[in-house]
Design a protein around this ligand. Structure first.
Ligand code: LFR
Length: 489
């Protein structure tokens, strides 16, 4: 009889608790609790309501208990780069600030005038995103940092509140852009640059280590099961890639959620000139792997558009409306910084098109198609880039996460990138979280077996490229991105 496992999987827009057992080499997943997440303005900054998030986890655990589960194993994954400063009294100093907050706007530029980008890349292998922990810490008040006992990444902090035990898990810690690839530790020079001492980060641990049991005090406040917490691959993208059932060793993944993370799994980091120039990242994975990938703006754009339309349409309806529109009515660089955190996404897209002298999408269908078709073009462009950097051709693209349900996007991507697409499971992140727990508890041997089990459990849909359907549109888009052509419609 399998133990009972619960994945706490929290993304930028929602969180949930998924329960699973493993029987006959199959997983059964049940959603127990779901809640909204998002940042709120606090003292002029976009902040995460971390207490509320933790309260929702307890609510979910109460539901687990009410279903009759008295004894469970639990793993936590969340988005990356953000952190909580904890004071000498063991209590958070303030709510964590979101990576989308504008405070880091100039930090990357400033810090890298002193320390060359090429050096930081050689040391860390991590892409330059202006919200990396390195640049966030750079903007912190130095006195406040001095009074900080612990700097904890979000899932590590939640684990600490639950169990009282503090660690820094590597998959997430690598996104700080402060881990030294060669030494396997925080880089002393980079720490110094942001006035942080190595001891302020709790000890580094690998994914798949036991953190401890939920503290007694929580049992006096909530009616929850006995819970052993495992430190899983706590970065949601790391869990998503673990939960991706690729076959062979030349498959690409696209973890498609608020962000689109496009890349491939490597056993050795790739930090050559091409990787550096293309701003590819080598995030640390579980079991000695690296996620070689690029961040693409992703479903964030359509999530915001849905919101701007007062949630009148579901995602499925928006995709359906998009399907009636022409796919490439304008070109958009989806990674343009104006889409990072605009007041109104529809306006930002329309302004972009006006600025670049192109057809301005108006209706919900046109706007949705503008996003989906440009995402597909962006993916296709990056796959080509990825093949170039690697020096070999990836032979399949596995799309996982919520976005893997968008058939229109899957088909466009397959055709434009000329690659077979395998879509699903949409729950890859929770699954990756769960299988690391199961490996730690000796119910699955290793990640290769876990992926076999995932293939056994889920129906994966295949999309094949439609030959010559869109002519040279990818080349035109690439020229547009390079600033070589201006499009007028
Ligand atoms: C996805 C993700 C990405 C990370 C971004 C910010 O949810 O974790 O991997 O770059 O969010 O943390």
């Amino acid at each position: 009889m399998s133990k009972t496992y619960v994945a706490v999987d929290i993304g930028a827009s929602s969180g949930r608790l998924m329960l699973s057992q493993i029987n006959d080499q199959k997983l059964n997943l049940k959603e127990i609790h779901r809640f909204n997440n998002g940042f709120e303005k606090e003292n002029g900054h976009d902040c995460w309501e971390i207490e509320q998030i933790i309260d929702e986890i307890f609510k979910g655990l109460e539901k687990v208990k009410a279903l009759g589960y008295d004894d469970i194993v639990l793993g936590i994954d969340t988005w990356a780069v953000d952190y909580v400063l904890v004071g000498m009294d063991g209590i958070k100093i303030q709510n964590p600030i979101s990576y989308r907050d504008s405070r880091t706007k100039n930090a990357l530029e400033e810090l890298t005038t002193d320390v060359p980008r090429s050096l930081i890349y050689k040391k860390t292998g991590i892409q330059f995103l202006d919200f990396n922990t390195l640049y966030q810490l750079y903007t912190e008040n130095k006195d406040e940092l001095k009074n900080t006992d612990k700097i904890m990444m979000i899932p590590d902090y939640i684990g600490y509140v639950l169990t009282g035990n503090a660690v820094t898990e590597v998959t997430n810690a690598s996104t700080t852009q402060m881990l030294n690839l060669r030494e396997g530790l925080f880089d002393k020079d980079l720490l110094k640059k942001v006035h942080v001492d190595q001891n302020q980060f709790p000890r580094l641990v690998e994914s798949g280590t036991v953190l401890g049991n939920i503290r007694h005090v929580w049992h006096t406040k909530y009616d929850i099961p006995e819970t052993e917490v495992i430190t899983v691959a706590t970065h949601d993208t790391a869990s998503a890639v673990l939960g991706t059932p690729g076959i062979g060793d030349r498959w690409a993944f696209l973890s498609s959620g608020t962000w689109s993370l496009l890349g491939t799994e490597l056993n050795v980091p790739e930090i050559g000139d091409l990787a550096f120039e293309s701003n590819y990242t080598n995030e640390w994975g579980a079991y000695g792997t690296y996620r070689f990938l690029k961040n693409i703006m992703g479903l964030w754009m359509i999530q915001n558009v849905k919101h701007n339309l007062n949630d009148k349409y579901s995602f499925a309806q928006l995709a359906e409306l998009a399907g009636h529109e022409k796919p490439f009515a304008q070109f958009i660089d989806v990674n343009d910084e104006s889409f990072i955190n605009p007041d109104n996404m529809i306006q930002a897209i329309q302004d972009y098109c006006t600025r670049t002298d192109q057809k301005v999408p108006q209706t919900p269908g046109e706007i949705s198609m503008a996003i989906y078709s440009k995402l597909a073009l962006y993916y296709a462009n990056e796959l080509e880039n990825l093949n170039n950097i690697l020096g070999y051709k990836l032979d399949a693209l596995n799309i996982v996460g919520g976005g893997s349900n968008v058939k229109l996007l899957n088909q466009l991507t397959s055709t434009l990138a000329d690659i077979p697409v395998f879509a699903g499971p949409s729950e890859a992140t929770a699954i990756g979280n769960l299988v690391v727990q199961m490996i730690t508890e000796d119910e699955i041997n290793n990640i290769a077996d876990a992926r076999e089990i995932i293939r056994n459990t889920y129906q994966i849909s295949e999309y094949k490229p439609e030959i010559n359907k869109y002519g040279g549109v990818l080349k035109d888009y690439q020229n547009f991105l390079k600033g070589k052509i201006k499009v007028n419609n």
